[in-house]
Design a protein around this ligand. Structure first.
Ligand SMILES: C[S@@+](CC[C@H](N)C(=O)[O-])C[C@H]1O[C@@H](n2cnc3c(N)ncnc32)[C@H](O)[C@@H]1O
Length: 418
């Protein structure tokens, strides 16, 4: 594609994404379906759009000056390709403006243009993180790597690693999860035999650790309360060695449908997907007091996944967080009713906000004296995780992209009294 046409496409896609009426990944995929593009052009388009979302405050500030439609100026600033290629698409006036933008130093900028966050997010993060605010911001504004989870029902991690190496795919074992492989690049995975036979799934190491914390065992009755497309369900089913019964609940039948092909590949037959109307659905009530382990991977702001979903910081709001916390509290309370005496409850989110994490866990503990908090670090050590003490914050699991190279995650674990 000619650079001028590619830059025009970038501007058009940025215009669509910045309406924020749909998630960015959905808008990008729809655009790709409509236009016939090669893989390199797709990569440039997607990286340009994501780059603009990551640095929206800075680029909007720089784009105040210059000429032409603002989306075009944003596309020029974020254009994810060689500089010479970009310059060949620009007018002389645009080249001059870009040269002036290049001369702006970080020290000339206001804080807002350096952290690229909405103001409502800055105060809670600074209060929580202190000096770690800037390392967190930098890590959230960088692209994420790619992790795989090896399905240990099918193969051992070391064997899959060798198999991938034969396909020239370099990986290293993830430092904490015993099931994980971290990829050096982003190869096409769907064509690999390891993928089609269900030996690997894409899953961030942090997500793997949440499933590990449930420690589901052979023959147990287990519920994944907010199973979605089943990323964690698959890991839990494998740790149950395909025995017992694993209910995958979700209010979205559409998401549960996406679990089905993954289940077929995984070789699991102990998983029972159930679309529920809400967290007080009668089908859940029938299971009250009968379940050994329950995972609540709660609907949340997703602010721990900004490396992958940078649009979320612009699509969330204090009001949305308030509504989410009410929902999280209600779901956790209903899910807890499922547990047998002695059973384990895990509450998890991919948010970095205290309100969605510690605050929910503390309120639950205060209102439910029969549930005792278990410290996550010793639990993970017992499960073979090395340096698990680095993953804890008080009794809870807290993962941060700048410390652990995972998305931002939280988990609290309780045991119901006998
Ligand atoms: C964080 S996502 C789950 C991701 C999934 N566990 C995974 O590992 O891929 C949260 C899920 O909660 C579901 N959800 C929202 N409200 C719910 C409710 N009241 N009861 C059960 N699930 C709910 C959403 O549809 C969404 O799929």
């Amino acid at each position: 594609m000619h650079p001028k046409a590619l830059l025009d496409s970038c501007s058009e896609l940025i215009k669509q994404v910045l309406k924020f009426d749909h998630p960015a990944d959905m808008v990008v995929s729809r655009y790709f379906r409509e236009l016939r593009l090669g893989p390199r052009e797709r990569a440039t388009l997607a990286e340009t759009v994501y780059g603009v979302l990551r640095k929206k405050n800075l680029y909007t500030y720089l784009a105040q000056h210059g000429s032409g439609p603002v989306e075009r100026r944003l596309a020029i600033l974020g254009f994810a390709a060689e500089r010479d290629y970009l310059l060949s698409a620009l007018s002389d006036q645009e080249k001059d403006w870009l040269a002036r933008c290049d001369q702006v130093k970080p020290s000339d900028l206001m804080e807002l243009h350096r952290h690229n966050l909405p103001q409502w997010l800055v105060e809670p993060l600074k209060a929580q993180l202190g000096d770690d605010f800037w390392p967190l911001v930098e890590s959230l504004n960088a692209p994420a790597g790619l992790d795989l989870r090896v399905n240990t029902l099918k193969d051992k991690r070391a064997e899959v690693q060798k198999e991938l190496a034969k396909e020239a795919i370099k990986t290293v074992a993830t430092p904490y999860s015993p099931w994980g492989l971290r990829l050096a690049d982003k190869p096409q995975l769907a064509r690999l035999d390891a993928f089609t036979r269900g030996a690997i799934e894409v899953q961030d190491e942090g997500s793997q650790l949440l499933a590990l914390l449930l420690d589901a065992k052979r023959g147990e009755m287990v519920v994944d309360f907010c199973a979605g497309a089943g990323g964690k369900t698959l890991a839990i089913g494998a740790s149950m060695r395909n025995t017992g019964r694993l209910y995958a609940f979700d209010t979205s039948g559409h998401r549960l449908d996406a679990l089905k092909p993954r289940l077929a590949r995984s070789g699991l037959s102990n998983v029972h997907p159930v679309a529920i109307a809400h967290e007080r659905d009668d089908r859940i009530k029938r299971l009250a007091g009968k379940i050994d382990r329950v995972l609540v991977d709660a609907p949340c702001s997703g602010l721990g996944t900004l490396r992958r979903n940078p649009d979320l910081k612009w699509r969330q709001s204090p009001k949305a967080i308030q509504e989410l916390t009410a929902k999280q509290t209600a779901i956790l309370q209903s899910a807890a009713r499922l547990l047998k005496p002695g059973g384990r409850l895990v509450y998890a989110t991919c948010s970095v906000l205290r309100d969605e994490n510690e605050a929910i866990a503390e309120a639950f503990s205060a209102a439910n004296k029969e549930f005792n908090v278990l410290e996550t670090a010793p639990l993970l050590s017992q499960l073979g995780v090395e340096h698990a003490e680095k993953l804890g914050s008080g009794p809870y699991l807290r993962l941060w992209p700048y410390r652990h190279e995972t998305d931002g995650f939280f988990a609290a674990v309780w045991q119901k009294a006998q």
